[in-house]
Design a protein around this ligand. Structure first.
Ligand SMILES: NC(=O)c1ccc[n+]([C@@H]2O[C@H](COP(=O)([O-])OP(=O)(O)OC[C@H]3O[C@@H](n4cnc5c(N)ncnc54)[C@H](OP(=O)(O)O)[C@@H]3O)[C@@H](O)[C@H]2O)c1
Length: 349
């Protein structure tokens, strides 16, 4: 693939949205994986500019993105990790890319642009080549990432014809305020008080909401449309994909019930063997001992967990999978850092 950045001992990194759920997890993962960070520049809005964040035991003052000049840092910026919403990315990612650094963006702003790559390192790392031109790389939607990690090794064995997915998505997917909303509503209802919905479109405590992001004219939600379009772009294949995305009262980790139909011979046993050897996947699938992936077990972990692998008796060459992953880690921050690791990798390593 060739090199993206020159060889250096350390790289200067900006984290845009450093005070948020994803931004904080990015900082944790940069430290955990011993990423060669030189200068760290934490950025957020004027609301939290001046506050302090911690990285590797050292305090840093959060700076206001609106007043930061990406071309003005001594030594230059190498990589900017964006997780501050689509509007912020639309406005600021081109400025950072124009200053010469690579932007890895967690929002949906750039994902479906023809000249921007949409990357999951286990699935389509070669797509990163495109970023050498415009320096913007899109990180897919959290629900899409965990699903394509499981689809890819199966699709390589026998092409997938159709995917039907229903999601069970944690509130952390909607940011820090939604996490607080579930906690507050649960406490209020258990104390006999009213529970007000503010961030999410309806009460989430003791409920499920079949509505994530806005409704489109065709009756799908934008979250559903993202899963359908992004899956085809990342897989580079014209797979039929249909999705129903649902918010559930879980704090961390999205779960997905996925039904797959293949172009040719595929069985649950064959799929289990393929998935057991695939990068980034842990198979937990033992009905005899009632063992299957749970969001509570996946929270705080890196792999995509797959279980309940079984033949779909209603249709030949079809299977069911249950896919669970930490949406803030593999669904966002970890995937971003894995991309950054490719950008700093040297060809002789
Ligand atoms: N949570 C997930 O599982 C997940 C998964 C994939 C992608 N994403 C995407 O990642 C992004 C952040 O999500 P999150 O869950 O971390 O949200 P969050 O907890 O609400 O945090 C939002 C962050 O963005 C910053 N921000 C907001 N507006 C800004 C502006 N105008 N200028 C600069 N900074 C601004 C906030 O700074 P202040 O402290 O100043 O408000 C905060 O640091 C979103 O685009 C989201 O769609 C999230």
């Amino acid at each position: 693939m060739g090199e993206f950045l020159p060889r250096k001992d350390q790289y200067n990194i900006a984290v845009v949205g450093a005070t948020g759920t994803v931004g904080q997890t990015m900082l944790e993962i940069l430290a955990e994986r011993d990423f060669p960070v030189g200068e760290l520049v934490p950025l957020a809005s004027s609301r939290s500019a001046g506050s302090r964040i911690e990285f590797r035991g050292k305090g840093y003052v959060v700076r206001d993105l609106a007043n930061f000049d990406p071309a003005g840092l001594p030594g230059g910026l190498d990589i900017a990790l964006f997780s501050a919403g689509s509007g912020t990315s639309e406005e600021y990612a081109p400025r950072f890319a124009g200053a010469g650094c690579y932007v890895i963006d967690n929002s949906s702003a750039w994902r479906m642009h023809d000249d921007v790559c949409l990357v999951v390192p286990e699935v389509n790392p070669h797509a990163l080549e495109m970023a050498k031109k415009n320096h913007i790389i899109a990180n897919p939607n959290c629900s899409t990432i965990q699903m394509v990690v499981a689809l890819k090794p199966l699709h390589d064995a026998v092409p997938i014809k159709r995917v039907v997915v229903s999601t069970y998505q944690a509130v952390s997917g909607a940011g820090g305020r939604a996490i607080k909303e579930l906690a507050t509503q649960t406490r209020n209802l258990l104390s006999g008080n009213e529970a007000e919905a503010d961030v999410l479109p309806a009460r989430i405590a003791f409920n499920v909401i079949p509505h994530i992001d806005v409704f489109l004219d065709d009756g799908y939600t934008r979250e559903e449309r993202k899963m359908m379009d992004e899956t085809r772009k990342i897989m580079g294949a014209d797979i039929a994909v249909t999705a129903t995305t649902v918010r559930v009262p879980v704090f961390y980790s999205h779960s997905e019930a996925v039904n797959l139909t293949f172009e040719g011979f595929m069985t649950a046993e064959r799929a289990r063997n393929i998935l057991a050897q695939a990068d980034g996947i842990c198979v937990v699938d033992d009905p005899a001992s009632e063992d299957y992936p749970l969001p509570s077990d996946a929270a705080g972990t890196d792999p995509v967990w797959v279980g309940r692998i079984r033949d779909d008796d209603s249709c030949p060459d079809s299977l069911h999978l249950w896919i669970v992953a930490d949406n803030v880690r593999k669904g966002a921050a970890l995937n971003t850092i894995q991309i950054a690791e490719i950008l700093v990798r040297q060809s002789d390593e």
